[in-house]
Design a protein around this ligand. Structure first.
Ligand code: FAD
Length: 390
């Protein structure tokens, strides 16, 4: 049994590191892994076309591993593609980001039945705008090493940190701004862990596997990055549990009754697990934030910063990275929306409305963070011994 390198309560949260690892391993990770495979959760609607407002010269990534697989037509849940206004079925478009292959927006009326279409004020994309949107099967496009690196990737991360968190880690930063930084840093750690855990080790033989020195260099040797990963996980988990009532009664309808019942039961299993409720009932206490006179103004400022981060995802020059960047930023935006507002204004008592895509992004993000925690927890101690012992 490894002793935990990180101890005590996760900063700004309400649970300790050992408990988080325990509930993740025993409760959350197994349910989430099942959940994201269900038809409802594996199709993500996304605008993949590179539409960068900051560096218009940025081209699309041409690396092979960056390509997002197209979904074969017969893979879709039937209810996603019911023809509307007499349009033939093969008008359904599911391809990597080609604007000329845009999804027929009338299809979405059917696919999104029972779900409201209200734009998320925390994100840049207008999720109700169906032009140029396409569906992607996430199971065919795992987040892993893609070869995307160099100045293009670097300037995005730099812009995310420098433009949105200019003063960090200075003491001047208030709690709310520190939280935005930590969310981004935790997500960055998680992306790096996925790159390291599924890496192209040998190009000639196409051998994939873990690259532990890379995980050490990018994440483990910086305790802050590991702590931020735990923080982001608890923040998103809190959003999911806070929206439990909504998520329990949401319509998980893909037209496949057995699969949809299974989805519903997995969601309940996740939301109302007694072990989770006993071990970590309130993973993060959002009620402490946005207090005081400057509260509403600060919230607006952070919302704008987060929208900038969301807009930066359109500049990611690798399609698969863009897919996961957009999904995870939408997931974080959804968590922010659940915890802090519906419309970003002062009225926090409004009824919660989520779009199908927001729920898909939220749960897939939680699953990614859960995978990263498990990997760090299982491989971290031996990797550190290996690398530091050299
Ligand atoms: P980077 O990861 O690019 O980091 C840049 C700088 O940010 C570091 O030098 C450090 O100063 C700081 N930093 C790093 N991690 C943290 C942290 N956790 N907290 C705070 N600061 C930190 N590549 C893939 O192979 N597959 C993908 O799926 C993928 N998805 C991506 C998604 C997005 C949105 C972006 C912007 C990039 C993505 N990339 C992906 C590229 C990948 O993240 C790296 O940029 C690339 O591998 C080069 O890594 P690097 O060592 O230069 O450091």
């Amino acid at each position: 049994q490894e002793t935990h390198k990180y101890s005590g309560i996760v900063e700004d949260c309400c649970c300790d590191y050992e408990t988080v690892d325990h509930i993740n391993k025993e409760v959350l990770h197994p349910s989430l892994q099942e959940l994201v495979k269900t038809p409802f959760f594996r199709y993500f609607k996304v605008k993949l076309w590179c539409d960068c407002p900051f560096w218009p010269d940025d081209g699309m990534c041409r690396l092979r591993d960056c390509s997002v697989c197209e979904c074969p037509d017969n893979e879709f849940p039937e209810s996603f593609k019911k023809p509307h206004h007499g349009l033939p079925l093969d008008d359904l478009v599911c391809q990597e980001g080609k604007p000329e292959a845009a999804v027929d927006r009338t299809l979405d009326k059917k696919a999104f039945r029972g779900w409201t279409e209200i734009d998320n004020p925390w994100t840049n994309d207008d999720e109700t705008d169906n032009a140029e949107m396409t569906y992607v099967n996430l199971q065919l496009n795992p987040e892993r090493y893609t070869g995307y690196t160099g100045p293009s990737a670097r300037r995005i991360w730099d812009a995310v940190y420098a433009e949105n968190c200019p003063k960090y880690p200075s003491e001047e930063l208030c709690a709310e701004e520190r939280i935005l930084y930590k969310l981004i840093s935790g997500l960055h750690s998680s992306i790096s862990v996925h790159i390291a855990s599924d890496y192209l080790l040998d190009e000639t033989t196409q051998m994939w596997g873990s690259n532990l020195p890379l995980m050490y260099d990018r994440v483990l040797r910086y305790p802050d990055r590991v702590r931020n990963l735990y923080f982001t996980f608890l923040f998103v988990l809190r959003a999911v549990t806070k929206a439990a009532d909504y998520l329990e009664h949401a319509e998980y309808d893909t037209g496949n009754l057995n699969e949809d019942l299974k989805t519903q039961s997995l969601v309940r299993q996740l939301l109302y697990n007694p072990n989770l409720q006993a071990a970590c009932p309130v993973p993060f206490d959002e009620a402490k934030l946005w207090k005081g006179q400057r509260g509403p103004e600060l919230k607006q400022k952070i919302q704008n910063q987060f929208r900038n981060i969301s807009a930066l995802m359109d500049c990611v020059g690798c399609e698969k990275c863009r897919l996961w960047g957009k999904l995870q930023v939408l997931g974080l935006g959804t968590a922010l929306k659940i915890l802090f507002s519906v419309d970003g204004q002062q009225n926090t008592d409004q009824t919660l409305h989520l779009q199908r895509n927001e729920v898909i992004a939220l749960m897939n993000l939680l699953n990614r963070l859960s995978e990263s925690l498990k990997f760090v927890n299982e491989m971290g101690p031996s990797t550190e011994r290996l690398v530091e012992g050299q």
